[in-house]
Design a protein around this ligand. Structure first.
Ligand SMILES: [Fe+2]
Ligand SMILES: [Fe+2]
Length: 362
């Protein structure tokens, strides 16, 4: 299939073909399906599948269903209202972390719905991104639940970027990375625009897999010191969702690379590496500004090593070599991020209860 034909197919849009009384075989359907620039009549035919991993991820996301109202917040409310329970620095770090993740999830909800999904021509991937969009909205609701439970001033969370220059600059950089394809006139189908789209997908990996990680770390460090346990539990559920989003966009990016290998030039690989390096550097600057000389045993040096370790993981996932070879200085974080605790708590307790109509948490 020539690029011109591909372009024509992808822009033919929803159910616009003329009636021809000819059937498409399953093999034709699968052969013409691609992540972007494939044949798509918009009718979401998810059998047969070309990209079964997207359907698997969608099913895992369904199994991971949770709602923020079920997370117990009373201990956090008591601590927040007790002047002795948290230091000023811990409160500031908590609020800044909450501000950043709430901004990030708000931005990501719109990014997926407005920029990404309209260019995807594989129905099973559309299915997974639609579920992801719902989950980002659920995360927006989670932060609202925290703001309301702790009676925080919403402006001091959602609007913190208006008075906090570090946060303003960080939000700007994240927005710039995802808004390259935000122009309503943007279309895939040329070498340049397909590279831009792929770069945006990798921007999603950076967003899901680097930016969120330092904020999550702060909540887990607090939790390890018996502070704000409900917030940490909420973050664990969000973290589990973000891990699936990360896996989804790694698969999307690597499959675009397989389907259109001409896009993955050495220059482009160098650009992607630079984007990851810049993100790790910016995330470190932000984190270091948040924690100052350190908080509850978390030092700027450890934070830097952790972010480099995470950055290396993202490079490896994209088939690129490591940049730093840093070790994970927080091996304990696995107990928060690998989902095992949540699996036990959630599936033994809440989900089963939820499915039978009660919402009690055990
Ligand atoms: Fe999210
Ligand atoms: Fe996400």
């Amino acid at each position: 299939m020539t690029t011109e034909e591909t372009k024509k197919e992808s822009t033919s849009g929803l159910f616009q073909e003329e009636f021809t009384a000819t059937k498409m075989t399953n093999a034709e359907i699968v052969n013409r399906r691609r992540v972007i620039n494939g044949f798509d009549d918009g009718l979401m035919q998810v059998s047969p599948l070309k990209h079964p991993w997207a359907y698997d991820i969608f099913n895992t996301m369904i199994k991971n269903t949770w709602v923020p109202q079920e997370v117990p917040m009373q201990l956090d409310v008591n601590m927040w209202n007790d002047p002795e329970a948290l230091t000023e620095q811990e409160r500031t770090v908590y609020e800044r972390s909450l501000a950043f993740v709430s901004n990030l999830d708000g931005l990501q909800t719109n990014n997926l719905a407005c920029n990404i999904i309209r260019h995807i021509t594989s129905p099973e991937i559309v299915l997974a991104i639609t579920r992801q969009t719902y989950e980002e909205a659920l995360h927006v609701q989670s932060y609202a639940t925290l703001v309301e439970a702790l009676a925080l001033d919403p402006e001091s969370v959602y609007g913190l970027y208006r008075t906090d220059q570090d946060l303003y600059e960080k939000n700007q950089t994240v927005l710039a990375a995802v808004s390259k394809i935000a122009d309503p006139q943007f279309k895939t189908g040329t070498f340049e625009t397909d590279q831009m789209f792929l770069e945006s997908c990798i921007g999603n990996i950076i967003l899901e897999g680097i930016y969120f990680y330092s904020a999550f770390l702060i909540f887990y460090v607090l939790r390890r010191n018996n502070k704000m346990p409900g917030s940490a539990e909420m973050i664990q559920f969000i973290n589990r969702d973000e891990d699936m989003h990360l896996q989804l966009f790694i698969k999307i990016s690597n499959t675009i690379k397989e389907e259109q290998p001409e896009l993955w030039t050495p220059e482009f690989q160098a650009q992607i590496r630079q984007n990851v390096v810049d993100a790790v550097s910016m995330e470190y600057q932000w984190g270091a500004a948040c924690i100052g000389s350190g908080i509850l045993g978390l030092t700027p040096a450890d934070l830097k090593e952790y972010l480099q370790f995470v950055g290396d993981m993202r490079l490896l996932a994209l088939g690129l070599e490591k940049e730093w070879n840093s070790k994970n200085p927080f091996p304990w974080i696995d107990e928060f991020t690998q989902g095992s605790m949540i699996e036990v708590n959630f599936f033994e307790g809440t989900v089963r209860e939820y499915q039978t109509g009660t919402l009690e948490w055990e």
